[in-house]
Design a protein. Structure first.
Length: 202
């Protein structure tokens, strides 16, 4: 069994000067983002793993009343399995759940002028499955193949409907890359490759 422990500390500062209004706005923040992972091998070719991590992204600006925005946070859980099919081929299957919180959305409170201010009550979720296969099929012939299913939706917002898919995130993606390198003869060491990348409707 293997254990991974990590952490990241973020610190940011920003100042903005409005020379017309003769005002200056300052904003700063910091936070600690942990990361924990564990790997267990029930048998030598099989590795089971699970991980938990958080992320930190500054959100610049102020809301109604002049309060500065809090950083956007991300929380991700992931589990998976890696199988060594032989000494040159392996496959990996992963499932993940990612939540973004403190997302900006329109401030629709009755005392706030409509369409002029934002508030941090939005939330978005991305869940998915990723499958990859890679290795050497025959001497000199390598392949990398992958498929991903992504269910990325709005889960809380003041203006966007709950369940709306992210605009630029496809539900299905697939890639296939293969290359061959000559192992003997006058062309030994020379190789060529070709790849295909498919992106579903978005």
């Amino acid at each position: 069994m293997k254990l991974l422990l990590g952490g990241r500390f973020d610190l940011f500062r920003q100042s903005e000067e409005d020379r017309i209004a003769n005002t200056e706005t300052k904003q700063s923040g910091n936070d600690f983002s942990p990361r924990v992972g564990i790997v267990y091998q029930p048998i030598q070719p099989i590795s089971l793993y699970a991980s938990y991590s958080r992320s930190f992204t500054p959100t610049l600006g102020t809301g109604f009343g002049g309060d500065v925005f809090q950083p956007e946070r991300g929380t991700q859980y992931e589990i998976g399995v890696k199988a060594d099919l032989n000494d040159k081929l392996s496959a990996t299957l992963a499932l993940y759940d990612l939540t973004r919180s403190n997302v900006l959305t329109e401030d629709t409170r009755p005392d706030v002028p409509p369409g002029q201010f934002s508030i941090q009550v939005g939330e978005q979720k991305s869940r998915g499955v990723e499958l990859t296969f890679q290795g050497e099929i025959l001497p000199g012939w390598n392949i990398i193949a992958g498929y991903a299913y992504i269910d990325a939706k709005v889960t809380r917002d003041n203006t966007l409907p709950v369940g709306l898919r992210f605009r630029a995130v496809p539900e299905n993606t697939f890639n296939l890359w293969t290359s061959y390198e000559f192992q003997r003869g006058s062309l030994q060491g020379f190789g060529a490759g070709v790849g295909l990348f498919f992106v579903g409707e978005r």
